[in-house]
Design a protein around this ligand. Structure first.
Ligand SMILES: Nc1ncnc2c1ncn2[C@@H]1O[C@H](COP(=O)(O)OP(=O)(O)OP(=O)(O)O)[C@@H](O)[C@H]1O
Length: 292
């Protein structure tokens, strides 16, 4: 079963459509990154998923339960939407977590130390949150979201405001949580970093899900051929070739290179280079958003 499923989610503010018919799903153990230019609707989508906002149309399910019809569905959810999350500044980090644990029905005191350790906050755990840096408060927000061992974790730009060490810590943690079976949905502008471990990237543009890119086991081929435009048009007709696209002076495509090469040679194209290459999410994203 999918841990998180969105079916045709739409949101308008007044007459202005912000999101239109967004459908996606995240399975247990999967990391789904939402990317998109400023104002494309990432935060709005995350607020809908967490039940903080109501959709104009469509549904959001957590572990099969409708978030908006059944608020109890949120027991499956850990979320950090506002950054940094709100805490009582005159209480320590540990006291803040203790209070949140109590509200979430977590009675196990050792769980508090556990999440503090996972976010490398033990050294400041007994200091007042008012004295925390922005990055420390942000990490405390994530620690709080993990207290009740959620099955679904939803995070709006979890690494913004963190120093490089904090960024690595959070990415490593999300990867570990996914390996433990948690479904993770996060929004980000840092495609290079999430492409190391995200399973899927959803590209939002103009309120629509323009594309969903599966990153697992993706092999991309780089082709230099002449004439380039004609070669691209030809590759678009080869059934075993997927996602052919122009990047600079080369064509990138996925699928089977053998029939691609045969078709090019048969049609008299001059093939100067053809070799496999790692998938460049950033370049793909830029092309996708440009042509949206
Ligand atoms: N409460 C609101 N009332 C009216 N319009 C809103 C409201 N909240 C968001 N919007 C509009 O919705 C659009 C999407 O905003 P959103 O914050 O979801 O984008 P985003 O992709 O998260 O942007 P960023 O990358 O800058 O964080 C923007 O045009 C914004 O002005």
């Amino acid at each position: 079963m999918e841990a998180l499923r969105l079916e045709g989610l739409s949101k308008r503010y007044g007459r202005k459509p912000i999101l239109v018919g967004i459908s996606l799903s995240v399975r247990p153990g999967e990391v789904y990154a939402l990317a998109g230019p400023n104002g494309s609707g990432k935060t709005t989508l995350i607020r809908l998923v967490t039940g903080l906002a109501f959709p104009s149309q469509g549904r959001a399910y957590l572990m099969g339960e409708d978030v908006h019809e059944n608020p109890k569905a949120r027991r499956h959810l850990g979320a950090v939407v506002e950054a940094p999350a709100a805490f009582y500044p005159y209480l320590t980090g540990r006291e803040n977590l203790r209070m949140q644990a109590y509200l979430a029905g977590v009675r196990d005191e050792s769980r508090i130390s556990e999440v503090l350790a996972r976010l490398r906050l033990l050294a400041v755990a007994d200091q007042k949150v008012g004295s925390y840096s922005l990055g420390q408060r942000q990490r405390l927000g994530l620690a709080a979201a993990l207290l009740h061992r959620p099955k679904v974790l939803v995070l709006d730009e979890p690494t913004s405001g963190l120093d490089p060490e904090g960024v690595e810590l959070v990415h490593g943690l999300l990867q570990e949580l996914a390996q433990e079976g948690v479904a993770v949905l996060l929004s980000t502008h840092h495609l290079q970093e999430v492409s190391r471990y995200a399973h899927k990237v959803g590209i939002l543009g103009g309120g629509r899900l323009l594309d969903e890119v599966r990153l697992e086991g993706r092999e991309v081929f780089r082709l230099e051929a002449e004439p380039l435009e004609g070669a691209l048009a030809l590759l678009k007709t080869v059934p075993q070739v997927t996602h052919p696209r122009l990047q600079g002076r080369a064509i990138f495509f996925e699928g089977d290179p053998e029939p691609a090469l045969q078709a090019l040679l048969r049609e008299g194209y001059r093939v100067k280079a053809l070799h496999p290459q790692g998938f460049d999410l950033m370049a793909y994203y830029q092309e996708r958003v440009k042509h949206a």
